[in-house]
Design a protein around this ligand. Structure first.
Ligand code: NAP
Length: 287
């Protein structure tokens, strides 16, 4: 496997094994980062309405396609419906608004950003199912190539599978050393739902990259701590989504395919203590 490898989703659509995240302020910084990322070799670009930068992400993708001699089908874009749009009509509108901001003909991956949860919504199952039906219809209309969810825990996934027609193809969850949502990841994988890892480095303000176990293993292989973390994610058949505005970091984050972690090293990172990250709980988060 190398950075050009793909996983096949449960609907047959192929998705790169690594992706690029775009929590970057809207404007030239996002356009540049997306273009630099695609030039570096990223072929999966993750954004969301909530990041407020779909216009710049779309511009970066369109310009990078031209400048690198690519086809639209060479670059996958993923965006997400924010929780304020829950329900069928609101989600259809949210999707069409995202598509207009991206200024693309279709979206590759569209996700429900957060589940309605039982703490805040008595009708959480119905809300999630109604929202999902909008994604199903947009998918059937060919406007989206693959549909999925984000921050759904195993029981949110189970309910959605029971209540709706099309099984989600992806679940994007917070996943990094010290906070790997293992039960959800294992449930998703057992149900042929591709897992994506958000904040694999714990985000901008964590100590995940300086965690001791990760750094000991990095020293052994002559790799950077971030490369060890991404290797750990990749060996779990999970897609890491790293964000960077630095071309050097972008390149480093793609250089994860010339070494392998042993079972013992994988287990040691599994057992690493919490060292930062959002640690959101989708069962209690107000959304
Ligand atoms: N679905 C959700 O609810 C959700 C929530 C959060 C995030 N996400 C997605 O996941 C993506 C990634 O998460 P994230 O943006 O929170 O953070 P992240 O990728 O875990 O970490 C980004 C931080 O790490 C630094 N960094 C990146 N590569 C590095 C390297 N090789 N060496 C040292 N530092 C490095 C970045 O700085 P530089 O920019 O200076 O390199 C930045 O400060 C997001 O952009 C977004 O697409 C989704």
């Amino acid at each position: 496997m190398d950075m050009t490898a793909t996983y096949t989703l449960n609907n047959g659509y192929k998705i790169p094994v690594v992706g690029f995240g775009t929590i970057i302020p809207d404007g030239p910084d996002t356009v540049k980062a997306v273009k630099d990322a695609i030039k570096s070799g990223y072929r999966l670009i993750d954004t969301a309405e909530a990041y407020g930068n779909e216009v710049s992400v779309g511009q970066g993708i369109r310009e990078a396609i031209v400048e690198n001699g690519l086809q639209r089908s060479d670059v996958l874009v993923s965006t997400k419906a924010w929780f304020t749009h829950r329900g069928y009509e609101g989600t259809v509108k949210a999707f069409n608004d995202s598509l207009a901001r991206l200024d693309l003909d279709y979206v590759d991956v569209y996700l429900i950003h957060w589940p309605a949860n039982a703490k805040w919504h008595d009708d959480w199952r119905e809300l999630n199912a109604d929202t999902w039906r909008a994604l199903e219809d947009l998918y059937k209309a060919g406007k989206i190539k693959a549909i999925g969810v984000s921050n759904f825990l195993d029981h949110h996934l189970q309910a959605l599978i029971e209540d709706t027609e099309i099984k989600p193809m992806l679940d994007q969850i917070e996943y990094h050393p010290g906070f790997a949502q293992t039960a959800t990841a294992e449930f998703a994988q057992a149900n042929d739902i591709q897992v994506e890892a958000w904040s694999p480095f714990g985000g901008p303000d964590s100590n995940v990259l300086t965690e001791a176990t990760v750094n000991q293993i990095a020293t052994k292989y002559g790799k950077q701590p971030g490369q060890v973390i991404l290797r750990w994610v990749i060996q779990k058949q999970i897609i890491p989504l790293t964000k960077s505005v630095s071309p050097a970091h972008m390149a480093a984050n793609l250089d994860d395919f010339d070494f392998s972690l042993t079972d013992e090293e994988m287990a040691a990172i599994d057992a690493a203590p919490f060292s930062g990250g959002m640690q959101f709980d989708p069962d209690t988060a107000q959304s």
